[in-house]
Each structure stands twice: as structure tokens, then as C-alpha cells.
Ligand binder design. Sequence first.
Ligand code: SF4
Length: 455
Amino acid sequence: MLLRHTPEKIAERQALVVQPAKTCQPIGAMYAALGIHRCLPHSHGSQGCCAYHRSALTRHYKEPVMAGTSSFTEGSAVFGGQANLLEAIQNIFTVYDPDVIAVHTTCLSETIGDDVNQIIIKAYEEKKIPPGKFVIKASTPSYVGSHVTGFANMVKGMIDGFAKPSGTKNKTVNLIPGYVEPSDMAEIKRIATLMGVRSIVFPDTSAVLNGPQTGHYEMYPSGGTTIPELIQTADSQVTVGLGPIASGPGAKLLDTRFKVPCEILQLPIGIRATDEFVATLRKYGGNVSEELMFERGQAIDIITDMQQYLFGKKVALVGDPDHLVALTGFLTDLGMLVRHVITGTPGKKFIKRIKDVAQTDDVNVRELSDYFYMHQLIKNEPVDLVFGNTYAKYMCRDEDIPLIRMGFPIYDRVGHQYFPVVGYKGAMRLLEKMLSVILDRQDRDAPEEKFELVM
Ligand code: SF4
């Protein structure tokens, strides 16, 4: 009864969003920046933005996320934030000694029109940036886009700030993993390594936001893409961008600026999308290893054994566009019925992408949408299972529907940091999660005479 005022009747809204299915652009930029080794993200705006964005990431990863802020006051809002950013850059290098500061803007600094590029040039001219250190930037106002486009913009900022051709191309494959968990980035890297492909994964938050408890605090953990790797991205034979929204813009920038051709794929979620990723790596010198074939076979075996529990189950999905397209494809391949799909990230192509992979027009899809609308859809056509972030738990509790947590943010469970959903291993994890909640529900609801030991 938490959401007892949500009416079943759907009224079209244009000027009101209730529980948006997205969050701020700077969160994505901050997350991407953490995937550079020894990088401190910096929020060019007021303290409140930075505090919120840090706390969202800290709660999701259960790790302390550090970032600087330009600490705008009323004066900066009127006269501009140049003086604050120049002072911040000098202080950060002096006190915290990162190798890179990754500056992203916020609603306020964008609205007043601060020219961050010019401020960074001034910082170099005034020698506030020590030799061998870097400041990169991304434009991320939150009145457009979402955390996913913020991630994409910071990836472009990395290319803009670092990529530099040496004049000699090599066989390296750039892998832009998309806005996925550290565990997924590690898995994408592992698959490339298993196939014998030399890769540069960027950004790479594995071993940054999912490291071990050592008893010591490390401001800059061991993970992250290094500066030399980022510079070398301009010499690679190809860029494979996983997810067109999060990785497409960066992959295309490397293509247009440095003639590194790009392949933009779906996120490798599920068997078919992982096959496509593996086939693409084969094109660029990779070999399918025994180990990879073994994992694929295991995933197929689970599907074969348990198909009857998945077939025909109705599913609703809330989250980020690249995840949702790949997940819809996987669930459709399993014979499940994807009925409602919404994202808060803008992009009209999303609707067609979902209908294409669902192989039907008979699916409710919306971009720039919210949890309120999803709740109404479910009231009109109930489902057996929901995929969504932590905010979906209210709706799922009210409607008594099992929820599988996936996407950002997840504040009330652990596991997403450590176990991937991409690749064949990720497919197995998703299958296990779905089967667990579906069979738990069957056990809970079964009359005594049908309560089975073996399922
Ligand atoms: S919406 Fe804009 S002002 Fe609000 S927290 Fe996000 S970036 Fe800051």
C-alpha cells in the first residue's frame, strides 16, 4: 500500500515526471572518471550536486567515492566559476596528488555559461597543472540526458584529452564497455584475454570500486585505465563500443578524429549478444578458447534443463537503454514475454530497438519515462517478474511481484559489484536469479499436494 494513490487509468502527462527512471548526467561522468587510474573526478558546480552524486555512487558500491567540487556560492553563480575552478585545480594537485582531474559540469555552471575549456587552458598557462598531470573535461548539464549520456560524454572527454596517434597502428582492440558494473568491465576484459586479444578497456572501474578489504584506505586503488593506455587508443586497429548510447559517441569520435574504425554492438547480455561480441573479436584476431566454449555450453545447459519455468513468463523492465535492449533480446530468446519496457534516458530510437529485439510491436515501450507510468502499466497488465533498480521495490511490493535488481542505483543489495551479468557467465547469473525468484514464488504459492521436492 506504499503507492496506494497510483491510479490504474493512464492519463497522458507532459510537464510532470513522478519517480524518474534515470539520474543526473554528472553521476555517469563521475563513474566513468573513476575508471581512469589515479583520477579524481571534479564537479564544477555547487557542493550539493557533488555531495548527492558522491553519495549515490558510494551507496551503490559500498565504497567511499571521492570527488572535488568548485563549491559555487551566490557570487560564483553571478560572476562565474572560473576563480573557483582555478583554485580547486591547484589545491587538488597540491593536496591529493592525482595524475588526472576529470572536470564535469552541472546544471548551474552550464546555465551561467562557464567555458570550462578556456578555464583549463588558463590553468595550464598559469602552471597550476604540474608537468605530467592532466585535466580533462565533459559537459554534463542534467536538464538534458541522463547518467548514461554523462558517462558517454566523459568517455569522449578521455579521448579528447588523451588519445594521440604515434603514427604507427597496432593490433590492439579498444573496448568501451558501456555504463556497466566493475564486475562486467572485468568480465569483458577477461573474455578478450581468453581469446588472445590485446585490448585497452576504457574506462575500467574494476579493482577501483570492487576491491578487497585490506584494512588500509587507498585514495587511488590499483585499477583503472592508465594514461599511456588512453594515449595509445588512437593507434588501435578498431574500437568495439558496447551499447550505442553509452559507448557509441566515444567509439565514433576515435573513428572520425583518428581513423580508428569502430564497431558498435549491443551489450553482451545473453547468449546471442555475447556470441556477437565474440564473433566481432574473432574478426580482429581473437580465437574462441575451450574455456569460453565450456562456459557457453554451461549456460545453454541451464536453459535446456529449466526452460519450462521461464517460457511464457511475463516481464517488465525499467533501466538504461543499452541494458534493456540486450536484456529484452535475451528474455525473448528464452521464450519469455517482455510486456513493458521504460527508460528515463531520452532517445526515440530506443522504442524501435526494443520492438526489433522483442520481435513484435505488441510491447509497451517508452523513453523519458518514469516509475509511476510503469506502475500503471503493471496495474493494467500484471507481470510475473520485474527487472529494475532499487526504486522499483515500492511498486513490486505493492503489486506482490518478484524484483530482480539490475542497473543503477542499487542501494539495498550487494553482488552487482562482484558478479557480472555480461558474457556467458553473466547469462548464467541472470538465469540463476530468474529461476530462483520464479521457483521461490511457485513454492510459496503451491497448494500442499503440489509442493514439489524436485523442480
Ligand atoms: S539535477 Fe542538476 S542541480 Fe540537481 S543535483 Fe543534478 S546536476 Fe546538480
